[in-house]
Design a protein around this ligand. Structure first.
Ligand code: ATP
Length: 893
């Protein structure tokens, strides 16, 4: 290993982000072009290394149009030339395709209007429902944009059929794989948005998802072209002699208890009748063998879903003793290790991805067999996943379909085989922990889901920025000598893509930096309440669309296959670490009436990867400089911490906004209440003033039977107090908004408020009653003229004045009214000129309007009892008259 030219890990990492060709990609690239090109331009047929006469003559097939004259004479190009040509033609950067699928509204869901509306085939508008429902949008709790337009490669409306969706999104990838090129498809979205439905499908006819359809199309296309399965795929691109056990599908555990548990959970029947009839024309000079594996990334560990689930029954479990008919089972499974793919498997690759070491794969002969395996994997996923959450997929499921393609003439030559992969990933829901209200184990699980999705987004961000940097450097390179920039220098400055931070990104890394095509399916439920989460998903999709990949044919094996690391001798076995235990009780055999017959307590033991596995990474890895490695680890660690901090900050911000909004709403509600109270008291006061005026008119002799409807002093003071309360609260609220306002209120220099509509109405009513025109200044004169028998009439407060009163004016006015009202024998106060020397002939009024308001107040309090008594006398003496009648009589007078 030491003799090998050894780039350090640092250099290899720096290269990670370097795409083979970095010209800025067109906004929407050519899935159709690439797909349509393939049938006419079959992929690199591996040219024979050592042509021998023993090769069987090739059959002429309908779909391969080879002119008879050319076929035997033209010397085929060398494998290298072909490879170069393929690289030239195929290595064209194209963006990751992002498709949006909008989920229809299901029957039981509330029929709110959707917050996401397609505006074209590629653009969609998303508007926050809070904004349309909320009267005060400035108090939004959301940090997401209230309205945005997002673009996609294509948007599939809710009524899109599974068939249509498959044909437009996945069929081109299936074609790629059959032509020797790897591809990745992953679904992204929040819980309940339709990811699993998209991948696996529903249970009704015509609802099969893209996975069963893919299997159908693959087997339809290679009908009659099955290889003999002498070799099996290994690692990412390698092949090795196969084992007879590879063709034996895994069995459910022989233990009846475990089989019973599986049966009880096996509710999702696959629709056998739902078979996609599509077939892709393939190169019939090749033969194909298909392999399938099914893995899941759960809690940052990779597990094999097709591994035998080993159960141990009647184990001792802490807790209450199981009842009769109850069983206990321990299921255990072991996490798998990710290992770097050796450079010898794909010598042309700049970067080699990682493969899941120890993941079982099965050779399959028919779509039905493949579907049965997928079903088993789903069952395992449900058994292990159900323990944590009954409703939702909490793991990332990956179905890996590998196709070994070999020329019929070279079927026994492992160095002429080509392994292509199609990985379909059903990601776990992307909602945040905050919204799922998780605790304990579930919190850890949600944290790990978020972590892996966050790292996926981060990897994409770094890839995008690296690609932009490189594109800029290329643009400078072409700008002439002066602006010349060495691309190698730029590559050295590229950021490390943090694939290693999550098992999910680590296992998918090869698709982003290798020669594969990538398709992202964004699932969205526009009736869901998670507007924030969904706008996060949309942003993620926009980001993905800005990343380019460089699809190219998978390498044809040149070197003889190396034995898999698990067969390497001289390893010291290290004891497995204790692992992680979960426990759940499953009820079975409910019978017709749903009665529980028996229960099984399942305990799952998830063992970590052994240290031996972890250390064996070094076997395949390039030599590394410990210091550089430590520094890189430190950088990655810090970056991860930064991401975590950013995420926490975003959550805190959202929470704070929500709290502030709630507090604000509460305060607004209180202010509203106070204002309505104030309004009521104003109404009452105005009414009282009107009554007082009527009383005064009565007492002045204009009406025959004066009627007292004035409130008691206690009532009057009460309303005053309430008014003061309202005033104080207003001052308090206003003080937060504006200091200057505060000063104005406190100092009492606030400009007089304009009359309220009620006051205006009251004024008009009084005027109507009195038969007056609203010319306020002339009103006192009119009264004086009418009361000719009173020698020295006092001017009554005019309605016009009432309407203009400030708070202070109001008070004074009220006191004056009180005073004048209390005197049953009302005598108008002397005119200002006569105030100093009141006339002897006239009875001296008990109080003077010239006195200060405090004196008036004091006197008013002292007289309150007497006044009240007077009033009660006068009321009992006179016939009680309803207020309306009183007003009528005033009007007639
Ligand atoms: N296009 C569709 N047409 C009809 N029904 C759909 C569609 N998409 C999803 N559904 C239904 O919506 C429900 C939720 O879908 P699904 O389980 O696929 O969501 P999910 O995103 O995978 O959720 P999770 O992340 O929790 O696993 C299911 O009942 C499914 O049948």
């Amino acid at each position: 290993m030491a003799s090998k030219p050894a780039p350090t890990r640092a250099s290899s990492r720096a290269r990670i982000a370097a795409p083979a060709k970095t010209a800025p990609a067109p906004a929407r690239t050519t899935r159709t072009r690439a797909a349509s090109k393939q049938p006419e331009d079959p992929p690199a047929a591996p040219a024979p290394k050592k042509p021998t006469t023993s090769r069987k003559p090739l059959e002429k097939r309908d779909n391969i149009d080879v002119p008879a004259a050319v076929k035997p004479k033209v010397k085929p190009p060398s494998a290298r030339a072909l490879k170069q040509a393929v690289l030239q033609s195929d290595r064209e950067a194209e963006p990751i395709m992002a498709y949006l699928r909008i989920r229809p509204r299901l029957g039981e869901e509330p029929s709110s209007s959707p917050y996401l509306i397609p505006i074209s085939d590629t653009a969609v508008k998303m508007a926050d429902p809070q904004d349309t429902q909320n009267a005060r949008p400035q108090y939004r709790a959301s940090v997401a944009q209230p309205s945005s337009i997002y673009t996609f490669s294509h948007i599939f409306p809710p009524n899109t059929s599974q068939q249509d969706f498959f044909t437009k999104t996945t069929l081109p990838l299936v074609k790629d794989v059959l032509y020797g090129q790897s591809a990745l498809l992953f679904t992204y979205g929040v819980t309940n948005s339709g990811k699993t439905y998209t991948v696996q499908g529903g249970t009704e006819k015509g609802t099969a998802g893209i996975l069963p359809r893919t299997l159908d199309v693959v087997f339809n296309s290679i009908e009659g072209l099955h290889g003999d399965g002498k070799y099996r795929p290994v690692r990412l691109y390698g092949v090795e002699p196969s084992d007879p056990s590879d063709s034996t599908p895994p069995q459910l555990s022989a233990e009846p208890d475990l089989a019973e548990v599986f049966q009880s959970l096996d509710q999702g029947a696959e629709p056998e009748f739902d078979i996609d009839p599509t077939a892709i024309p393939v190169d019939r000079n090749h033969e194909y063998t298909v392999w399938i594996s099914y893995a899941e990334v759960y809690n940052e560990k990779v597990y094999d879903l097709l591994a035998d689930a080993k159960g141990e029954s009647d184990i001792h479990i802490d807790g209450p003793a199981p009842r009769a008919g109850n069983k206990s089972l321990l299921l255990s499974r072991k996490a798998l290790t990710l290992r770097p793919s050796p450079a010898t498997d794909n010598p042309d690759a700049e970067i080699n991805g990682k493969y899941i070491s120890g993941l079982r794969q099965f050779r399959i002969h028919s779509a039905a067999q493949a579907k049965a395996l997928v079903k088993l994997g789903n069952l395992h996923r449900r058994v292990f996943g159900t323990l944590a959450n009954r409703e939702s997929s909490r793991s990332h499921g990956m179905v890996i379909i590998k196709i070994i393609r070999g020329h019929r003439g070279d079927r026994n030559d492992p160095t002429a085989l080509q392994v292509s992969r199609l990985t379909l990933v059903d990601l776990a829901g992307s909602e945040r922990t905050k919204h799922t209200h998780t605790t304990g184990d579930r919190l850890k699980e949600a944290g790990n889901i978020n972590k892996s999705l966050m790292v996926l987004g981060q990897c994409m961000e770094v890839l995008r920025s690296n690609q932009r940097k490189l594109a800029m450097s290329l643009a400078h390179e072409g700008a002439g000598k002066s602006g010349r920039m060495d691309t190698r220098d730029v590559k050295r400055t590229l950021a490390v893509v943090p694939f290693r931070h999550s098992k999910l990104t680590e296992s998918l890394m090869d698709y982003f930096v290798g020669d594969s095509r990538a398709v992202m399916i964004v699932n969205i439920n526009p009736y869901d309440t998670g507007y924030d989460e969904n706008s996060h998903v949309m942003k993620f999709a926009s980001l993905a669309r800005e990343i380019t990949v460089t699809p190219a044919a998978a390498p044809v094996q040149k070197a003889p296959p190396i034995p898999a690391p698990s067969f390497l001798p001289g390893k010291l076995k290290v004891a497995p670490n204790p692992g992680y235990r979960r426990k759940v009780t499953i009820s079975m055999g409910g019978g017709e009436r749903g009665r529980v017959v028996s229960q099984t307590t399942l305990e799952v033991l998830e063992e970590d990867e052994t240290r031996e596995d972890q250390n064996s990474d070094d076997e395949d890895d390039e030599p590394e400089n410990p210091l550089v490695d430590a520094l890189f680890d430190e950088i990655e660690n810090l970056r991860y911490q930064l991401f975590e901090a950013e995420m926490r900050a975003a959550i805190i911000e959202a929470e704070t906004r929500e709290e502030v909004m709630l507090e604000m709403e509460e305060r607004m509600r209180l202010m509203e209440q106070k204002h309505s109270r104030r309004l009521m008291s104003e109404m009452e006061r105005n009414e009282m003033k009107t009554d007082a005026k009527i009383d005064m008119l009565h007492q002045g002799g204009l009406f025959a039977s004066p009627m007292k409807t004035r409130p008691t002093y206690a009532e009057s003071y009460e309303s005053e107090d309430e008014e003061e309360d309202v005033e104080m609260s207003l001052v308090e609220c206003a003080s937060e908004e504006s200091d200057s306002d505060d000063e104005m209120n406190i100092s009492g220099t606030m400009p007089p408020r304009s009359p309220s509509p009620l006051a205006r109405k009251e004024k008009m009513l009084s005027e109507k009653q009195l038969g007056k025109k609203p010319a306020a200044p002339s009103t006192p004169k009119m009264i004086i003229e009418k009361r000719t028998f009173i020698p020295d009439p006092s001017p009554l407060p005019s309605d016009g004045e009432d309407a203009e009163l400030t708070e202070e004016d109001d008070d004074d006015d009220e006191y004056n009214e009180e005073e004048s009202e209390e005197e049953d024998d009302w005598v108008p106060p002397p005119p200002p000129s006569a105030k100093k020397t009141p006339r002897k002939s006239e009875p001296k009024p008990p109080t003077s309007t010239a006195k200060g308001s405090s004196a008036v107040k004091q006197r008013k309090i002292s007289k309150a009892g007497a006044g009240a008594a007077d009033r009660s006398e006068s009321v009992s003496a006179s016939t009680p008259m309803p207020q309306k009648k009183l007003r009528k009589s005033a009007k007639s007078a």
